[in-house]
Design a binder for this molecule. Sequence first.
Ligand SMILES: Cc1cc2nc3c(=O)[nH]c(=O)nc-3n(C[C@H](O)[C@H](O)[C@H](O)COP(=O)(O)OP(=O)(O)OC[C@H]3O[C@@H](n4cnc5c(N)ncnc54)[C@H](O)[C@@H]3O)c2cc1C
Length: 254
Amino acid sequence: MTNLKVESKVESGEGKLASLPRAKLVERRDVTDDLMVIKLVPEGGVFDFKPGQYCTLGKEGVERAYSIASAPHEDFLEVFVELVPEGGLTPKMWRLKVGDTMSIRPRAKGVFTFKDNFHHHMMLSTVTGVAPSISMIRHYLHERREGHTFYVLLGASYQDELTYDRELSSLAVKYPNTVKFVPACSRPDEDRNVGWTGAKGRVNAIFESYLGRFNLPKEDTMIYACGHPGMIADVKEKAALAGWNFIEERFWKE
Ligand SMILES: Cc1cc2nc3c(=O)[nH]c(=O)nc-3n(C[C@H](O)[C@H](O)[C@H](O)COP(=O)(O)OP(=O)(O)OC[C@H]3O[C@@H](n4cnc5c(N)ncnc54)[C@H](O)[C@@H]3O)c2cc1C
């Protein structure tokens, strides 16, 4: 990351998080009432991470993990957050405005990262679970790499929750050998999805048909599943039964 400097004072009410580094909110995009994409610049402008890892953000004494959607070369940390109305942190995040700060643990964590030794990468996610895939793809393309293919199957109940669909659609057109994108709505008949012409059904119910449609070789394919624990549990069971390589990142426990 470049040397964007954040002048931040520790805010009152931070309690046990008061001694941690801060990250400043530099952009906020409200996608729906309960989804937002925010960009943060950490103090000193430097935050090392591998695409697919998560950072730990905090506010007013509460910390949670967030997968990073941006790539390491970008000047900000981008995270895609869903509001949990009764949750400890996200209601506080919804009150944030540009210029406010959050605490950030100094180290990124996680092993849900790009598995280079496979040529085919089937990335299954629900809503905010797309973040690690975005980071991996942005990084891969920034490095001008070739020879691997990302098959992104992104699911949501409603089309307006798909959020990174424009970016993924345009990358799929620009880099057809590297990015394939399948957005899917699980409630196609509801009013909010009027006009929907893409795939229909839950990611866990349709991914096997896309493994077949893309003719993916089992021994050279990694399946990544990220987001909703119910989706992941079902994919894991099906993938394990059929002998696919599989890794997961669950955002919460059911
Ligand atoms: C490795 C990792 C990466 C994560 N990355 C992201 C991310 O990129 N974006 C993101 O929005 N969240 C992500 N999460 C979830 C995040 O850490 C928080 O749990 C979430 O934002 C809710 O925080 P909260 O304090 O408001 O609610 P909490 O007080 O943590 O949770 C309240 C209840 O809601 C459940 N819950 C948590 N998240 C959801 C949800 N999305 N939908 C329904 N129920 C939920 C919890 O299990 C709990 O029962 C990630 C979690 C992990 C472990």
